[in-house]
Design a protein around this ligand. Structure first.
Ligand code: C2E
Ligand code: MG
Ligand code: MG
Ligand code: MG
Length: 278
């Protein structure tokens, strides 16, 4: 009996796995179609200096699926990484974002997320430079966000790629800082200009221990001459605490959600008006 039961369970489990695998495979096919049918879009989230100045925008991928609605990049980026589609998707996002930023927001910095899988491609540098040239954007206006995962493969190739990107003028930001496995003591070895304190810390700033930790991260970054962005700022209290702790740049729903290019245009319009009046 036990054996039969066991086998029965195994079968159900097996079917579930098949269902999951099937769904993934289907989404992969649809992702490929989305790329050619222009169902992938870029949204932009504003980032502000501690004094409130609009400084930059982060490009965030969106998949407008005909049946599933908006599919989160947290779902389809990993799928794209596994299937190898990430190279085409990453290039599409970067090209689209660079063109848009060069045309509409020459005064802002554009920040783009790049997957470790993309970085490992031998012609990443060449292709990235070609996109910059084609879009007519200066690398000094572009920031590349990488996660700690990319740095942990601390092979000489990745390190030298990152150094070359910086020499070309790109800014490098370490995204989701504090969530990876690397030690704070390695931070000085990484060729980056900025850390982005992960939302999980920001949302727990009410906790005194977390606040101490965040202050320590900011102090460490300052000691290493790194800029600090806080992500996921959702309340006025969080904003105030981060500014008083010395955070340089803030991003989050409290300040502005990711949106269409028109939303950034509107923000800039207000800003241009204000500075003309001043
Ligand atoms: P990320 O780079 O850390 O981006 C921040 C995420 O937090 C975004 O989610 C953003 O919409 C969200 N967010 C911003 N402010 C707030 C807030 O105040 N509260 C909350 N709850 N969330 C906030 P999104 O757009 O879903 O992107 C998820 C992740 O997918 C990104 O995390 C990034 O790792 C990845 N991703 C997005 N676009 C791309 C892309 O073009 N290429 C690659 N390789 N990865 C991308
Ligand atoms: Mg990011
Ligand atoms: Mg992040
Ligand atoms: Mg994140």
């Amino acid at each position: 009996r036990a054996k039969e039961e066991g086998r029965g369970r195994y079968t159900i489990y097996g079917e579930e796995m098949d269902e999951k695998a099937r769904l993934r495979q289907q989404m992969e096919v649809e992702l490929r179609e989305a790329l050619s049918d222009e169902l992938l879009q870029v949204h932009y989230q504003p980032r502000f200096a501690a004094d409130g100045r609009l400084e930059s925008v982060e490009a965030l991928a969106r998949w407008n699926h005909p049946r599933r609605g908006m599919v989160s990049p947290a779902v389809f980026i990993p799928l794209a990484e596994e299937s190898g589609l990430i190279h085409e998707i990453g290039e599409f996002i970067m090209r689209e974002a660079c063109r848009t930023a060069a045309r509409r927001w020459p005064e802002l910095i554009l920040s783009v997320n790049v997957s470790p899988v993309e970085l490992s491609r031998p012609d990443f540098l060449e292709r990235t430079c070609a996109i910059m040239a084609e879009a007519g954007i200066d690398p000094h206006k572009v920031e590349i966000e990488i996660t700690e995962g990319a740095l942990l493969q601390d092979d000489e190739k990745t390190q030298s790629l990152l150094r070359t990107l910086r020499e070309l003028g790109f800014t490098l930001a370490l995204d989701d800082f504090g969530t990876g496995y690397s030690s704070l003591s390695y931070l000085h070895l990484y060729p980056v200009d900025r850390i982005k304190i992960d939302r999980s810390f920001v949302s727990n700033l009410g906790n005194a221990e977390v606040e101490k930790l965040v202050r320590a991260m900011i102090q460490l970054a300052q000691a290493l001459d790194l800029e600090v962005t806080a992500e996921g700022v959702e309340t006025a209290d969080q904003h105030a605490a981060l500014v008083s702790a010395g955070c340089n740049q803030l991003q989050g729903y409290f300040l502005g959600r990711p949106g269409e290019p028109e939303d950034i245009d509107a923000l800039l319009k207000t800003r241009r008006k204000t500075s003309a009046a001043a």
